[in-house]
Design a protein around this ligand. Structure first.
Ligand code: SIN
Ligand code: FE2
Length: 224
């Protein structure tokens, strides 16, 4: 017997075709991958516990002085931050003064596999933003524009309570699609869709069997 551990790719590929996640196209280069993370969700959740112990969630302040309704942390070489001086990426967690925790391989490979499935080869995320929504928390429509370049897609993983994801156009006022996202679903958008506005409606009260009264979203990006 080999002592080699199965990789994330092996685990995701091991599924019967009938159980393979469904892909729903929501834009020219945008996909919802239903249940994509479920085969490895136990590993994802234990990685997440360790990350949040090392770099706890905190409510950051927008440049305009508002406290965000989501609790935020990061892992990887760069973490997205906001404070009175603006939105940006930082190699250092401002709370600890130390580098963000490294991105666990299981998360890096999950994001890479999802990107591949959506048509984006060689996705090497250097940043993973962790947002925790308790019921009532939301994310207003915005574009992800703080990255150094837009060649790489955005890859998002939803865990815990359901959310209604808004996937809009290239102007804030464009009509948005409403896409329910459940535990284990992933969304990938990039290429011509990279700068689409998106957001999340206030999370409804509820209790998820694994995560309790919260939703956690991980957003993987190439930021640097
Ligand atoms: C984000 O756009 O930063 C978060 C999206 C989500 O929570 O699904
Ligand atoms: Fe975003």
């Amino acid at each position: 017997m080999s002592s080699m551990q199965p990789t994330t790719f092996d685990l995701l590929a091991d599924h019967e075709p009938a159980q393979q996640p469904r892909a729903e196209q929501i834009g020219e280069q945008s996909w919802v991958l239903r249940g994509f993370a479920l085969p490895i969700v136990d590993q994802v959740l234990s990685a997440l516990d360790a990350l949040l112990a090392a770099a706890p969630l905190r409510h950051m302040v927008t440049p305009g002085g508002f406290s965000m309704s989501v609790g935020t942390s990061s892992c990887g070489a760069l973490g997205w931050i906001t404070d009175r001086s603006g939105y940006r990426y930082s190699a250092v967690d401002p709370l600890s003064g130390r580098p963000w925790p490294a991105m666990p391989l299981v998360l890096f490979e999950l994001a890479q596999t999802a990107a591949q499935r959506a048509g984006f080869a060689d996705f090497h995320a250097d940043s993973c933003l962790i947002n925790q929504y308790i019921p009532g928390a939301k994310m207003s429509l915005h574009q992800d524009k703080d990255e150094h370049a837009y060649a790489a897609p955005i890859v998002s993983l939803s865990l815990g309570l359901p959310a209604m994801f808004l996937f809009g156009g290239f102007a804030r006022s464009d009509k948005s699609q409403r896409i329910p996202l459940l535990h284990g679903d992933m969304v990938v958008w990039g290429g011509v869709d990279r700068l689409r506005f998106h957001g999340v409606l206030p999370i409804k009260p509820g209790r998820h069997p694994r995560l309790g009264e919260r939703r956690i979203n991980l957003t993987f990006r190439v930021a640097g």
